[in-house]
Design a protein around this ligand. Structure first.
Ligand code: F0G
Length: 369
C-alpha cells in the first residue's frame, strides 16, 4: 500500500528542493476531497470540500510550514518566528520542534482560539501575546527577522506559498482536471495566492529552476483554470473595501486581518481568473459552520466556514451556475475552536440532557419508551 509521504516528497519535482535537501515533514497534505452531498443538491453543481483540517496540526498551514521549516534548516537558522491568528503558530511550533529549532510566536492578545493556543504551548514555542491585532504582530515579526538572527515563517516567506500551492495539485490529481470554481476564505491572502499559483503551474508547461538543481520543464496536467472566489469576514474585508481596515472585527478570529500581506497576488488571482472577493457576515459564517457539521458531517472552525458561507450567499443571489464542478476549501478543524457548536442559532447555550443511570430513563429520553 502507498503511504503518503508529505507534500515535499510527493511533489518534489515542482518544489524548490533537491535530492540532498533535508526535508522537515510531519506527513502533511493528501487531505480528503469530500463530496458535499447537500451543497451539491442545493446548487445543482457537484460540490467538493477540500478538508484541510485533516493535516497534522489541523490546518492547511502545514503545507507551507514543511517548506518554510525545510528552508529554515537549509539556511542554517536556529530560531524561527511568526505572527499568527493561531493556526500558523500551532503549525510553526510543531514543525520547529520536529526540525530541532526554537520557535517564537506573536499572537493578538485574547483573540486566538484555545485549541491553537494549547498547540503552540504543547510544542514548546515561546508564545507572546501582543497588545494589538494580527497586523501589528506581523509588522513586529518582520522587523524582528530583519534585525535579529531569527527566520520568518509567515506567508510573506515565498517557501510557504510554494508548499501551499500543492493543494491545487492534489485537487487536479483527484478530479482529473481543475474545477470550474474554487472557493476559499481570505485573511492574510497567502492561500488564495498559493492556490492560483498551483492551478496555473498545472495548466501550462512550467519550468522549475531552483538553486543547485538543473532546470526542468514539466508538461501541463490540467486543461483549464478555475474562477477563484474568495470570501472575507464582513468586519475584516479590506479587499471589498479596497483599502486596509484599521480595526478588523469578526468572531472568525482566524481571518481577523485588516492589512493582508499578499495584497497584489490575491488581487491578481481574483482578476486573472475572472473570479471575485466578497464578504460574508458573522451570522452567515456561523450558519455555514452549522450547515457543514449538521448536514455534511464535516466539523470546521468558523474561519473555514467563510468559503461555504460565500457559496451559500452566491447561491442565494442566483450566481452559482448549475452543472459545474466546485471545490470549497475548508481550512481548519472544528476542534480548534469548538465552543461555537454549543451555541444555538439564537445565541443560547446547548444544555446536555441529564438522565438516570438505567436503561428505562435513557430509552425514555430517546423517545423509545
Ligand atoms: N482559514 C484559517 C483557518 C486560517 O487560519 C487562515 C489564516 C485563513 C483561513 C486565511 O488564510 O491568511 O492565507 O488568507 N490564518 C493565519 C494564521 C493568518 O496566523 O494562522 P490566508
Amino acid at each position: 500500500a502507498h503511504q503518503w509521504r508529505g507534500v515535499i516528497r510527493e511533489y518534489a519535482d515542482r518544489l524548490p528542493v533537491t535530492a540532498s535537501t533535508r526535508v522537515i515533514t510531519l506527513g502533511e497534505g493528501g487531505t480528503p476531497l469530500a463530496h458535499a452531498q447537500k451543497l451539491s443538491e442545493l446548487t445543482g453543481s457537484t460540490v467538493y470540500l477540500k478538508v484541510e483540517g485533516m493535516n497534522p496540526t489541523g490546518s492547511f498551514k502545514d503545507r507551507g510550514m514543511t517548506m518554510a521549516m525545510t528552508a529554515a534548516v537549509e539556511a542554517g537558522a536556529k530560531a524561527v518566528v511568526c505572527a499568527s491568528t493561531g493556526n500558523t503558530s500551532a503549525s510553526a511550533a510543531a514543525y520547529a520542534t520536529s526540525a530541532g529549532l526554537t520557535c517564537a510566536v506573536l499572537v493578538p492578545e485574547g483573540k486566538i482560539a484555545m485549541g491553537k493556543l494549547s498547540q503552540a504551548i504543547a510544542h514548546g514555542a515561546t508564545l507572546l501575546q501582543v497588545d494589538g491585532n494580527f497586523d501589528d504582530c506581523l509588522e513586529i515579526a518582520r522587523k524582528l527577522a530583519d534585525a535579529y538572527p531569527v527566520f520568518l515563517v509567515n506567508s510573506v516567506n515565498p517557501a510557504r506559498i510554494q508548499g501551499q500551492k500543492t493543494a491545487s495539485f492534489e485537487i487536479v490529481d483527484a478530479l482529473g482536471d481543475a474545477p470550474d470554481i474554487h472557493v476559499l476564505p481570505v485573511g492574510n491572502a497567502g492561500n488564495i495566492s498559493a492556490y492560483w499559483k498551483g492551478y496555473k503551474e498545472y495548466a501550462t508547461a512550467t519550468e522549475y529552476a531552483f538553486d543547485g538543481a538543473p532546470a526542468r520543464t514539466l508538461e501541463a496536467v490540467s486543461t483549464r483554470l478555475p474562477a477563484m472566489w474568495g470570501f472575507q469576514a464582513a468586519g475584516a474585508a479590506p479587499f471589498v473595501a479596497g483599502h486596509p481596515i484599521t480595526h478588523p472585527e469578526t468572531i472568525a478570529t482566524a481571518i481577523r486581518i485588516g492589512n493582508p500581506a499578499s495584497w497584489e497576488t490575491a488581487v491578481a488571482a481574483r482578476d486573472e481568473s475572472g473570479g471575485l472577493i466578497d464578504a460574508v457576515t458573522d451570522d452567515e459564517i456561523l450558519a455555514a459552520h452549522r450547515w457543514l457539521s449538521a448536514r455534511e458531517g464535516v466539523f470546521v472552525e468558523p474561519g473555514s466556514a467563510a468559503s461555504v458561507a460565500g457559496l451559500l450567499k452566491m447561491h442565494g443571489a442566483g450566481r452559482v451556475p448549475t452543472g459545474k464542478t466546485i471545490v470549497c476549501t475548508v481550512t481548519g478543524h472544528g476542534l480548534k475552536d469548538p465552543q461555537w457548536a454549543l451555541r444555538t442559532a439564537d445565541g443560547g447555550e446547548v444544555e446536555p440532557v441529564k438522565v438516570g443511570n438505567d436503561v428505562v430513563s435513557v430509552a425514555a429520553a430517546l423517545g423509545l419508551a
